[in-house]
Write a protein that binds this ligand. Structure first.
Ligand SMILES: CC(C)(COP(=O)(O)OP(=O)(O)OC[C@H]1O[C@@H](n2cnc3c(N)ncnc32)[C@H](O)[C@@H]1OP(=O)(O)O)[C@@H](O)C(=O)NCCC(=O)NCCSC(=O)/C(=C/c1ccccc1)CC(=O)O
Length: 256
């Protein structure tokens, strides 16, 4: 399978599984990802996802340029029917953690930018190299990178196609943690299981407030987050969270 899914302890582990091609995205991988993200979004047993690449060399190097099929119709027809591929399938309120275990290049970095948390191994490298192959970081790269890191660094990366190291990515805030390659999967699991042990509706509402609020004036964002707090106020899980605290025990959340 070009992409695999394993679900354990409410965590979906989504792994790009073409290490021989640096986990680049061929048409089958793109189809698999669409199905897998649909399952992650709708399966109530899944509370959080971890996206990673198989092997130790690459997270994902973007489009498989050796297997990209020639277009069968004009772009206007595809665009107006389907919009863009890949990232819309990742749109959900469940958090997604990118565990970047090597090269995150082109569409690979763009997928990582669409995730909510990014952690990396010390051998990771990050680049939007599309200009070098006569293309454009057209999933989200030209928009998301300058919003994620300092503009000057983002523009250097976008215009020259130069890559940055894991250490630089940490310094610029592109990733939150850098660890040895052998420690990355454990760290991803630790973060994912922490998120999965929290109340699922609370986690999803928190992501929604942060994601939607970012594009609102501050006052509107604060009002919106208060409304979301109100939505959560009467949930069974909130009662359980407060009760468990009083009884000095771990809460049992049901997402209700
Ligand atoms: C990442 C590298 C710098 C690593 O170099 P290294 O020398 O360590 O390893 P290689 O020998 O180069 O790679 C090993 C093996 O993997 C194959 N490989 C790697 N990446 C790809 C790829 N993207 N497509 C196909 N095959 C790949 C490589 O050919 C080797 O195979 P072998 O010869 O052993 O059979 C280096 O690999 C590198 O620079 N890779 C390319 C990175 C890149 O340019 N990525 C951008 C692609 S374009 C893109 O992602 C786009 C996304 C998009 C935008 C908008 C809408 C949809 C998608 C743009 C687009 O599609 O137009």
């Amino acid at each position: 399978m070009p992409v695999t899914l394993e679900v354990k302890n409410h965590v979906a582990y989504v792994t790009l599984n073409r290490p021989e091609a640096m986990n680049s995205l061929d048409p089958e991988s793109t189809c698999d990802l669409a199905e897998i993200w649909a399952r992650v979004r709708t399966d109530p047993d899944i509370r959080v996802a971890v996206l990673s690449g198989a092997g130790e060399k690459a997270f994902c190097t973007g489009t498989d340029m050796k297997k990209a099929p020639p277009p069968t119709e004009c772009m206007a027809a595809t665009y107006l029917r389907e919009g863009q591929p890949i990232l819309p399938h990742m749109k959900m309120w469940k958090p997604i953690i990118a565990a970047i275990n090597g090269y995150a290049v082109g569409g690979g970095l763009e997928m990582a930018l669409a995730c909510d948390m990014r952690i990396a191994s010390s051998n990771a490298k990050f680049g939007l190299t599309e200009v070098k192959v006569a293309s454009l970081a057209g999933l989200n790269g030209t928009q998301a990178l300058p919003r994620a890191i300092p503009q000057a660094v983002a523009m250097k990366m976008l215009l020259t196609g130069e890559m940055i190291s894991a250490e630089e990515a940490l310094r610029y805030g592109l990733v939150s943690d850098v660890v040895e390659p052998s420690a990355l999967a454990d760290l991803a699991r630790t973060y994912a299981e922490k998120i999965a042990s929290a109340a699922p509706l609370s986690v999803q509402a928190t992501k929604q407030a942060a994601v939607l609020g970012k594009d609102m004036p501050l006052e509107h964002g604060i009002l919106y987050s208060h409304l979301l707090w109100g939505v959560l106020r009467d949930t069974e899980d909130r009662k359980e969270g407060f009760k468990a605290f009083g009884e000095r025990r771990a809460p049992e959340f049901r997402g209700a």
